[in-house]
Design a protein around this ligand. Structure first.
Ligand code: AMP
Ligand code: MG
Length: 267
């Protein structure tokens, strides 16, 4: 899945990244789903060990345009993982107290502690995406934020946090289909707001803002992955693979017991 990693210092042109690519997996959709189920089981084991081990932390950043599939990815990829050691932090429009502080103020308290996996469902990156597209702060301010974000993530990494960042990349046509599906299905109306249609008008601005964010902030210690996300099964497979690989690298182990209890019989 290294093909989807943005190498540090490369310039991302999203038009050259195919949202329906599936070249990382040779099999059919059914085989892909089976592979994802197996990865999910492995993730469950790794998470159990991460929690027991308490030496590592995993931060997963999820970004996408509306209908990009953040919720579905979280549901699918983390299915069956013990909720005790996993949290999802969702970043909405900032509240007045949040707006009264620097933009990282509301983010830092949510980073994972020892043994934890935390998924950022949107993140500090909104502060160079929606904020830039809608000019919520002047360019002179948001343009400095890429560097802050790299440094912030460096701090987390230096202190023992593993970071992976996913941009779920869908096509404009796929977004049209998904928005329409939300409108046509009354049980999905809660996910839809008229504002989503206004946001869609800014499609090109968002793509440009994403290109800059991906280009400026993909590093060896906090890489971005551009996930082809038009096919949900493939998206889940890519994300699960990257997460399992990241956790395999942690060299996780169960802590040694204080006393050797092997052979002890409970009466
Ligand atoms: P949703 O993910 O659909 O619940 O929507 C959350 C909304 O909050 C999205 O429209 C985001 O663009 C918005 N949002 C998240 N972070 C920020 C931010 N820092 N500034 C402005 N809007 C934000
Ligand atoms: Mg929404």
């Amino acid at each position: 899945m290294d093909r989807y990693r943005v190498a540090e210092g490369t310039r991302v042109n999203l038009a050259a990244w195919d949202p329906s690519d599936r070249s990382g997996f040779a099999g059919t959709k059914e085989e892909g789903e089976k592979a994802a189920t197996q990865l999910n089981k492995r993730l469950e084991e790794l998470q159990e060990m991460l929690w027991a081990d308490r030496r590592h932390r995993l931060l997963v950043v999820l970004q996408a345009v509306d209908t990009g599939g953040k919720d579905g990815t979280i549901r699918k990829v983390l299915e069956g993982v013990n909720p005790v050691g996993v949290r999802v932090a969702s970043f909405k429009r900032p509240t007045p107290p949040e707006l009264a502080h620097d933009y990282l103020w509301r983010v830092h308290p949510h980073v994972p502690g020892n043994g934890e996996i935390v998924v950022f469902n949107r993140s500090h990156y909104e502060d160079v995406l929606v904020v830039r597209v809608h000019e919520l702060v002047p360019q002179s301010r948001w343009e400095k934020r890429y560097r802050h974000m790299v440094e912030f993530e460096k701090l987390l990494a230096d202190e023992g946090t593993t970071i992976v960042k996913f941009f779920l990349h869908i096509s404009k046509e796929e977004q049209r289909l998904r928005l329409q599906a939300r409108i046509d299905d009354p049980t999905k109306h809660w996910k839809f707001s008229m504002g989503d249609l206004d946001e869609r008008k800014h499609w090109d601005d968002y793509q440009r803002a994403y290109e800059d964010a991906l280009s400026e902030t993909s590093t060896a210690f906090a890489p971005w992955f551009i996930v082809p996300a038009d096919r949900k099964w493939y998206r889940d497979l890519v994300v699960a693979t990257v997460l399992v690989e990241a956790m395999e690298k942690m060299d996780l182990r169960y802590p040694r017991p204080e006393q050797d209890v092997s052979g002890v019989v409970v009466e």
